[in-house]
Design a protein around this ligand. Structure first.
Ligand code: TYM
Length: 337
């Protein structure tokens, strides 16, 4: 029976191996919660991962690793549809349609492309990296998603998705649901522990500022304890003047469910060291079972692969229907069967 719940869709790249704390708090944690209330589709976006140079064996291993981490984080294949993007060929097919609808100037304004292509060195970026956001548009529209749970850095891509959905609907008739971003204020942007002016990310962060969920818990504890704060001693949430402390409070609050106000009260008159020691403990308690569960899924690749195959089958049923409608609307002649 078709679900009457609103639909969510989101994706994560398998590029980095271990997820980092920003991925978890900014996105994956919400995915887990939303599978209870929404018709949820989540995927490992391996086609996006090849927009930058990749090692084939590593990509294959990291795709399984990403799926294992999503399961370890709490995604339940009985409650959501979990799949690998390249297992559903409709993504690349709808992306082509969207490529033909998106403006060159519009795509040129995507800030993630500008950042990433700058890193590749002038002239070295691929056309795939340029059209990366358009593939993301196709990902979302294929499932007629109402909401897209992501971190703040993805907002511009969701805006592009809305624009292209509106454009397609206006030109060819109502076809796509126009999705809204689902971005939680407190965890929209988790910052680097060493440089709280930049977001935590595999590519930009220093190793000491990046919390990888699969790191040895001792390393994680050490990184939390050496997080940069400020020369003041007051534990207060103030993103402007105390970005480091505020970042730690956001992380602490989300992982424990305590409010920021409660934490401020609890640590009144205490030193930064106390906050960091306690947060380090909270982090260790979180990552230790996460690592064990991830390993358990990896130890049984057959079950993992068949679970992903089932997910792809479910996803394809939805994606194929949307793609057929889009092909028809733009005037592609149906193949005779
Ligand atoms: P990716 O793989 O870079 O990141 C996965 C999710 O993690 C969030 N995130 C953060 N949130 C808070 N603070 C941070 N420091 C932080 N770093 C990362 C990201 O916002 C993201 O939600 N383009 C997407 C993948 C994608 C996708 C999609 C997402 C492909 N198709 C369709 C939604 C819908 C990306 O690169 O995510």
């Amino acid at each position: 029976m078709p679900s009457t719940r609103p639909r969510v869709l989101s994706g994560i790249q398998p590029t980095a191996g271990s997820f980092h704390l920003g991925n978890y708090l900014g996105a994956v944690r919400q995915w887990v919660a939303l599978q209870e209330s929404h018709d949820a589709f989540y995927m490992v976006v391996d086609l996006h991962a090849i927009t930058v140079p990749q090692d084939p064996a590593e990509l294959r291993a990291n795709t399984r690793l990403a799926a294992a981490q999503l399961l370890a984080a709490g995604l339940d294949p009985e409650r959501c549809t979990l799949f690998v993007q390249s297992h559903v060929p409709e993504h690349a097919q709808l992306a082509w349609i969207m490529n033909c609808l998106a403006g060159f100037g519009e795509a040129s304004r995507m800030t993630q492309f500008k950042d990433k292509s700058a890193k590749q060195g002038a002239g070295n970026a691929t056309v795939g990296l340029f059209t990366y956001p358009i593939l993301q548009v196709a990902d979302i529209l294929l499932y007629q998603a109402n909401e897209v749970p992501v971190g703040e850095d993805q907002r511009q891509h969701i805006e592009l998705t809305r624009d292209l959905a509106d454009r397609f609907n206006g030109r060819f008739g109502e076809t796509f649901t126009v999705p809204a971003p689902y971005i939680l204020k407190e965890t929209a942007k988790i910052y680097d522990l060493q440089d709280p002016s930049i977001k935590m990310s595999k590519s930009a962060s220093t190793p000491k500022g990046l919390i990888n969920l699969l790191d040895d818990p001792k390393t994680t504890a050490k990184k939390v304890k050496s997080a940069v704060t400020d020369t003041d001693t007051v534990i207060k949430y103030d993103t402007e003047n105390k970005p480091g402390v505020s970042n730690l409070l956001s992380i602490y609050s989300t992982l424990t469910g305590k409010t920021i106000a409660d934490l401020e009260a609890e640590y009144e008159g205490k030193m930064y060291g106390a906050l960091k020691t306690d947060l380090a403990e909270v982090m260790v308690e979180f990552v230790t079972p996460f690592r064990t569960r991830t390993q358990q899924y990896l130890d049984d690749p057959e079950t993992l692969d068949s679970l992903l195959a089932k997910g792809a089958e479910k996803a394809r049923a939805v994606a194929a229907e949307t793609l057929a409608a889009a092909y028809d609307r733009v005037g592609l002649l149906p193949a005779k069967h």
